[in-house]
Design a protein around this ligand. Sequence first.
Ligand SMILES: [Zn+2]
Length: 242
Amino acid sequence: MDRNRDKNFLLCLHDLNVKNFGDISLKIKKIADVAGCSFSLAVVPSTEEVEDNLKAEFKSVLKDLQTSGFELLLHGTEHKADLSLCRSAFGKIALKLTNNEAEFAGLLEKESLALLAKSLQFWNDLGFENSECFVPPAWYGNPFLKSQVLSRMKRYEARSYVFSKKASGVKSVFSPALSFAGIPRWVEKIAIAYARFVLSQPLGIPRLVFHPVDFEVLGEENILELVRNACSKRCIVKYASL
Ligand SMILES: [Zn+2]
């Protein structure tokens, strides 16, 4: 093994939400067993239109995960765009590319702030005050979002960087996202090879990101093998350490 204790990576499972947490709990456990430790989970906080008992169960599962050492990141608001809001041309393209999931993409300042406030309200309703990081869905934001987030919490994650608020200013960490959701099937093998290559290079703190859909598309064995491979080359770190 060429595991190098100086080389780190972030491992994150995205899109944990009130509707899928039951199915995902087992997948989280399988990844943690292979990784040998807890990791980061990007949680969609909306619990609108669900029954109170399901919301209570979701809260309890999230608390248990956090108590077991998993790091919970705040991942958008609804993870679905409000199509009635005004957006830039870039935002409209981002919506097309993400099946309308990039809810913050290209929003104007006021609308972006209102959507972020709603996300934080949902987060508080789930019993959490702060999150180590805010991750906009599909990493599409707008010119205002980063500063809006950093004036309210510690970190903001963009597609290739994580920005952390420090006493001395904002620190940026190069963190290329190695993600597989939404890629055409014929690119899968290339994407896996690319992820293995990036993880083997002495470059930044790469982010190995999985989505629930990857278990159906990439397959569980490929996911666990990627985690195994990454852990043989680098050590898992949490956002809190950046
Ligand atoms: Zn997402």
